[in-house]
Design a protein around this ligand. Structure first.
Ligand code: FDA
Length: 301
């Protein structure tokens, strides 16, 4: 990354929120549900489907966790009412994972119950490694009651191949596979880009061999090409896998995949708690750091 960009990324927390919000606009659908519905409608028109995420993580009070649960249930009702092609993604720390596993399991169960009523699929996002075991445990428990759910596994973790095999052996065969976004130590995670890429493709193969349905979540052309080759090798039909991308990232790649006839799903986050999510996106994108720097300088002129 360019030195100036590295500097700006490190100092992003000091940038006024007004400016951060402006640049966050490309990564989030808006702050209210109507914004998100409008965004998904547009995505559907462009031939892709979506997964909606109510922004928010690491809640510290029980009332916040319950509010978060109610918001997700509102999204489920809206998906049916508005007839948009979307499912739901949830983060367990926004449902109280760090407060109590029981509370989080209860809140997640309520969401899955509502999702089952609406016949909508729910994806458990994966957060940093302090949450991995608990997220998988809760997923395991609730999958016994509800089949309309799947989980995310991160290719940068050494444990992921084992997790994938163990879950598949128990009949849980719907995954989103991504590289992983959080900063993790070398004791538990691959650090180098090529190591993560290699493990991504290795785990994808394990999943396909296990006849899992995989949401291949990446914008990395090496992985997209590798996945396409594997799809062909396994003779998969278009309804036996999908590509997944983030709103605002690589729209050209998304269009190309849609045009080639692949199913593509966009991750569409929305809500008032846009800050932490946007900061993670900025850190991935060296160019955006440059834009933010320019905006700060222009403001001071
Ligand atoms: P990489 O980071 O190498 O990016 C490849 C190319 O994409 C870059 O060269 C650049 O051109 C472009 N790009 C990537 N990020 C960009 C950005 N922010 N802005 C502009 N361009 C960008 N992680 C996690 O830990 N838990 C989860 O639950 C999820 N869920 C999830 C869902 C979906 C649908 C996606 C696509 C991703 C996630 N992730 C995630 C994030 C994932 O782990 C990873 O951090 C990002 O997808 C970036 O990795 P890539 O595979 O795209 O490669």
């Amino acid at each position: 990354m360019h030195l100036l960009n590295t500097f700006v990324v490190r100092t992003l927390p000091l940038v006024p929120q007004r400016i951060v919000r402006y640049f966050a606009g490309r990564y989030i659908a808006g702050e209210i549900l109507d914004d998100a519905i409008r965004c998904v409608r547009q995505i559907n028109k462009e031939g892709a489907c979506a997964t909606l995420d109510v922004l928010g993580e690491d809640v510290i009070r029980e009332e916040e966790a319950m509010k978060s649960r109610e918001r997700s249930i509102e999204v489920l009702r809206a998906i049916t009412r508005e007839r948009i092609d979307s499912n739901l993604s949830i983060k367990l720390t926004s449902l109280g994972l760090k407060l109590s596993k029981e509370l989080c399991t209860h809140n997640t169960r309520e969401i899955l119950k509502a999702a089952a009523e609406e016949n909508i699929f729910v994806r458990f996002d994966m957060e940093d490694s302090s949450c991995t075991t608990d997220t998988i445990d809760i997923f395991r428990t609730l999958h016994k009651e509800f089949s309309n759910c799947g989980i995310v596994l991160q290719a940068y973790l050494y444990r992921t191949e084992h997790d994938a095999r163990a879950l598949m052996a128990e009949g849980m065969k719907n995954f989103r596979l991504c590289k992983g976004i959080y900063k993790e130590p070398a004791s538990i995670a691959y650090q180098k880009r090529d190591e993560v890429q290699r493990n991504f493709l290795k785990v994808l193969r394990v999943m396909f061999e296990g006849k899992a349905y995989v949401g291949i979540a990446t914008h990395d052309s090496v992985l997209v090409d590798g996945a396409k080759a594997m799809v062909e090798e396994f003779g998969l039909r278009k309804n036996e896998y999908e590509f997944q991308m983030l709103l605002g990232v690589c729209p050209e790649l998304r269009k190309a995949l849609v045009n080639e006839g692949h199913k593509v799903r966009l991750y569409v986050p929305f809500g008032e708690s846009w800050y932490a999510y946007s900061m993670r996106r900025f850190k991935e994108n060296p160019e955006i750091a440059g834009y933010v720097a320019r905006a700060v300088f222009m403001r001071n002129k």
